[in-house]
Ligand binder design. Structure first.
Ligand SMILES: [Zn+2]
Length: 74
């Protein structure tokens, strides 16, 4: 969740990042505009998850996430 000055994890309410700090905490941002074939037609939803809530979430997946080593970091 993004407020004026910070990004908060929707799942655990932890502050992920303060805007005025130049911290580079990684987090997951999801934005979805639901379309005609959903039950949420025309609704836009957004949330943010901190890394530990992300890990908890993907651990529940029956098929694990695709994971690759990125060799060339910019
Ligand atoms: Zn969290």
């Amino acid at each position: 969740m993004k407020t004026e000055e910070k990004i908060i994890c929707n799942c655990c309410k932890k502050v992920i990042q303060y805007e005025d700090y130049h911290s580079r905490t990684e987090y997951l941002h999801v934005e979805k505009e639901w379309g005609y074939f959903s039950n949420k037609d025309g609704e836009k939803q957004e949330f943010d998850l901190c890394e530990s809530c992300y890990d908890t979430l993907v651990r529940k997946f029956r098929i694990p996430v695709d994971s690759q080593e990125i060799t060339e970091l910019l």
